[in-house]
Design a protein around this ligand. Structure first.
Ligand code: ACO
Length: 402
């Protein structure tokens, strides 16, 4: 048995908090969450107000610069982002190196990381102008990269961005246009897409944002750091939950199977969890899930999908889980991923695109946090300690004596 006191006698003040359940890793002025109340504020503005009255690029400005923009500031920002949406033709080669059946997240980790091999003029983080260019490039090019990863995976030609379309409409255009027919973006679907982007824009020190901060604390360039964030987001306990949630709803199939899956989720010997349920910080309704549920109803209504079986299963599953003492005691509520997949599927996206869409939405959060961190004179390299529980000092044994 390791004597921890003896082992760490010279360590000074030392805390052990696996999973950072109660330790702040940084200070920030960007996002506040009151998990008990189910409140999410960006720069002080409640997420439901932003989802209803604002739009994604305005929220991007707010997260990046601290205040809502004036009309002139917003126009300049939107024009700048729109002008950066193209990626260099040579970058098409990055995509062609991947197998067609690669998961679009795998492609995105590679291509975004490779941006640092391409955009050398915005990798010097000591230069504020280069930091600003990197910020614009990442926010502008991420939808193009996600759409290209999708098009590549289904064997269709890449679709170039259109500068006359807003951010969300342009993304739908790049995903769903095909050369042989004209594609008109439905404004209501574009609004729903924009709302999904807005609801995912930032969420303080979640796993992927903390990854971006930790990677950038060493002075790594922003493209490499965002690629690290994308890799972290991919996991099913984080951004991958939206794909996993829809797959779970399909697996449940019909409402009469729900009790069986709820029992499995409660069984400690069964690794199954209700995907889209539970959150490290929210011990009440995730305020984003409420907006998402309403949006799901609107989109399905618009598309004339009245009896969507997955939405029926989702609503009934939510009801039964919330009535179950297990979920009440553990304060497990639907999170943002519970309803987003239903909207995305109704729009025509395959499940493999759900997490890339999360990644492109969250890019502004990652970049805002990265900017805030780099500008902070107190910024120092992140270097967590560990609690060592292995063997203490012992003498080497020659191979013939082992
Ligand atoms: N279904 C069933 N039981 C659950 C669930 C769930 N979805 N989530 C948590 N629990 C239980 C755990 O088994 C644990 O029980 P115990 O106390 O008896 O051991 C208790 O609730 C606490 O769960 P932890 O895993 O310790 O909580 P943590 O804060 O570490 O995890 C997480 C949060 C990862 C989100 C978890 O709730 C989960 O796995 N949910 C499903 C995946 C998901 O939806 N992820 C998306 C998160 S939101 C986002 O990233 C955008």
């Amino acid at each position: 048995v390791v004597d921890i006191r003896k082992l760490y006698a010279n360590a000074g003040v030392f805390t052990y908090d696996p999973g950072f359940t109660s330790t702040a890793s940084c200070d920030s002025t960007i996002t506040f969450i009151d998990g008990g109340k189910g409140e999410l504020l960006h720069r002080g503005y409640p997420i439901d107000q932003l989802a209803e009255k604002s739009h994604y690029l305005e929220v991007c400005y707010l997260l990046l610069y601290g205040n809502l923009p004036s009309a002139a500031e917003l126009e300049t920002f939107e024009t700048t982002i729109t002008r950066h949406t193209m990626i260099h033709e040579q970058m098409h080669n990055f995509f062609r190196g991947f197998r067609r059946d690669a998961h679009p997240m795998a492609t995105m980790v590679g291509v975004v990381g490779a941006m640092s091999a391409f955009y050398h003029d915005s990798t010097d983080i000591s230069d504020p102008r280069q930091r600003e260019i990197a910020t614009h490039r990442l926010i502008a090019k991420m939808p193009t990269i996600a759409a290209m990863a999708y098009k590549y995976s289904i064997g269709q030609p890449f679709v170039y961005p259109r500068n006359d379309l807003d951010y969300a409409s342009n993304f739908l255009h790049m995903c769903f246009s095909v050369p042989s027919e004209e594609y008109h973006v439905n404004p209501i679907l574009a609004r729903a897409m924009d709302r999904i982007f807005t609801l995912h824009a930032d969420h303080e020190q979640n796993a992927s944002t903390s990854t971006v901060r930790l990677a950038s604390s060493s002075g790594a360039n922003p493209f490499a750091c965002i690629a690290a964030g994308i890799a972290c987001l991919w996991g099913p306990a984080h951004g991958g939950a939206n794909q996993a949630c829809l797959e779970m709803l399909a697996q449940i199939g019909t409402v009469d199977h729900i009790p069986e899956f709820i029992s499995r989720a409660k069984d400690k010997d069964d690794p199954f969890r209700l995907m889209g349920f539970g959150h490290r910080v929210y011990k009440n309704f995730d305020p984003r899930a409420k907006v998402m549920k309403q949006s799901a109803d609107e989109v399905l209504d618009l598309l004339g999908i009245e009896d969507n079986p997955k939405l029926q299963v989702a609503k009934e599953l939510e009801k039964q889980a919330l009535e179950d003492p297990y979920f009440a005691e553990k304060k497990l509520f639907p999170n943002v991923d519970f309803y987003s997949g239903i909207i995305l599927e109704a729009m025509g996206f395959p499940t493999s695109m759900f997490t890339p869409i999360f990644a492109l939405s969250r890019t502004v959060g990652w970049v805002s946090q990265w900017k805030e961190m780099i500008a902070d004179p107190q910024n120092k390299i992140g270097r967590p300690r560990q609690l060592y529980l292995g063997d203490t000092s012992r003498d080497y044994v020659d191979i013939e004596n082992r």
